[in-house]
Design a protein. Structure first.
Length: 388
């Protein structure tokens, strides 16, 4: 396994460690967040125990809003569903979406002849560099400002100073054109409310709002584990995820429930209005329902992708994004890889690097016993090797 770290990884980690202090301060200042996290875990356990019921309830709710619902068993099926919705020759904007990376959605849509752009700044930088993300929430954590400036010049012909403010401004200018020309917007979901079909998305950049509102077609594309029982639980998940990710309150929380509509003329509901005329929800299984029945691996389905486990992991600090398989790096990435990205044999080498400090379990808002899950992957990996 390749274990060399990216250039200047020590700088990135020092900034990440400083961010950990911010999270502790948030939890100290708003202690109710820890109570909400415990409540959220119970709600997510309920869905995991009854996936089929809540998937069907979500389907009915989405269709009741005038949207279209699809359940994909495999990455291939998920890609084909989106491909049929999109077609070819389109301009597509995407918000940061780990399941899209998991299922290799963007390369597939590009092969169909579409122009596809990531709009989260970190994902945009990784895209133009043709690299893999290094952290679940900070995909360009491994890239220095000097290297980013060089890549923007080489790949896009954009002259920019190696300064975070200047880089963000030039990326904003470049992406504005893509937003206004886009035919399709694809987002993920921080949480999906089964009782209403509403989708909650939390962000700070504003790109998700533009991706979900400006194009005439909005596609929500994510895993079935994002379903929670009610809209209340969906809102709780956005708050908990934002806090443990290090920014609270979040700058934006977006709620989407079906295509745009208006009832301003004689209270007669008409769709579309100013926003998208089509709303599609594509939920991906890809091993998740099978994992739900596993006596150990089921617990990873509780993960809310806050990335806190990586920021406190000595192995991740030492070797960086090579600890796991993108987009699922760090401690949480080992069981997620086992479930969705190649199984035990793919996850095993990273699991063997774990030092079992236990930090990941201590800081996880869902209380996931990650050391136990990683040890399970290690043992199963060694068993399979011995059989060979």
């Amino acid at each position: 396994m390749e274990i060399s770290t990216p250039p200047n990884w020590d700088v990135a980690i020092n900034r990440a460690k400083a961010a950990n202090v911010i999270v502790f301060e948030i939890l100290r200042k708003y202690p109710y967040l820890m109570d909400l996290a415990k409540e959220l875990r119970k709600a997510k356990e309920e869905v995991i125990r009854n996936f089929d019921y809540y998937i069907e309830l979500t389907r009915k709710s989405v269709e009741g809003l005038g949207g279209r619902f699809y359940l994909a068993e495999t990455p291939e099926e998920a890609r084909e569903i989106v491909g049929k919705i999109v077609g070819n020759g389109k301009v597509i904007v995407m918000s940061k979406n780990n399941v899209a990376t998991e299922t290799e959605l963007r390369p597939y849509l590009e092969k169909l002849g579409n122009e596809v752009w990531e709009t989260d700044l970190g994902e945009f930088l990784v895209q133009i560099a043709n690299e893999e993300p290094s952290h679940i929430l900070a995909p360009a954590l491994h890239m220095t400002k000097e290297r980013i400036a060089q890549i923007m010049k080489e790949k896009l012909g954009i002259d920019v100073q190696p300064d975070p403010v200047a880089i963000a401004q030039r990326a904003r200018e470049f992406l504005r054109d893509k937003f206004f020309r886009a035919n399709v917007g694809i987002t993920g979901a921080n949480a999906i409310a089964a009782d209403t079909g509403a989708v909650l998305l939390v962000e700070n950049e504003g790109n998700i709002r533009m991706t979900s509102v400006l194009p005439p077609v909005h596609i929500v594309y994510d895993g079935i584990e994002k379903i929670v029982p009610t809209l209340y639980h969906a809102m709780v998940e956005t708050l908990v995820q934002a806090a443990y990710a290090g920014l609270y309150p979040p700058t934006y929380v977006n709620l989407t429930a079906g295509p745009s509509s208006t009832a301003d003329v004689e209270l007669y509901r008409v769709s579309p209005a100013q926003g998208p005329k089509e709303f599609h929800m594509v939920l991906v299984d890809n091993g998740r329902r099978k994992a739900a029945k596993d006596p150990v691996l089921w617990e990873i389905l509780l993960c809310i992708r806050c990335g806190r486990c990586s920021m406190h992991c000595p192995t991740y600090w030492a070797i960086g994004p090579r600890f796991g398989k993108p987009p699922y790096t760090g401690p949480m990435g080992i069981p997620w890889t086992a479930v969705t990205r190649g199984g035990i044999m793919e996850a095993g080498p990273a699991a063997m690097l774990c030092t079992h400090s236990g930090n990941c379990k201590e800081v996880c808002p869902m209380g996931i016993d990650l050391p136990k899950l990683i040890l399970y992957v290690k043992n199963e990996y060694l068993k399979q090797i011995m059989r060979k």
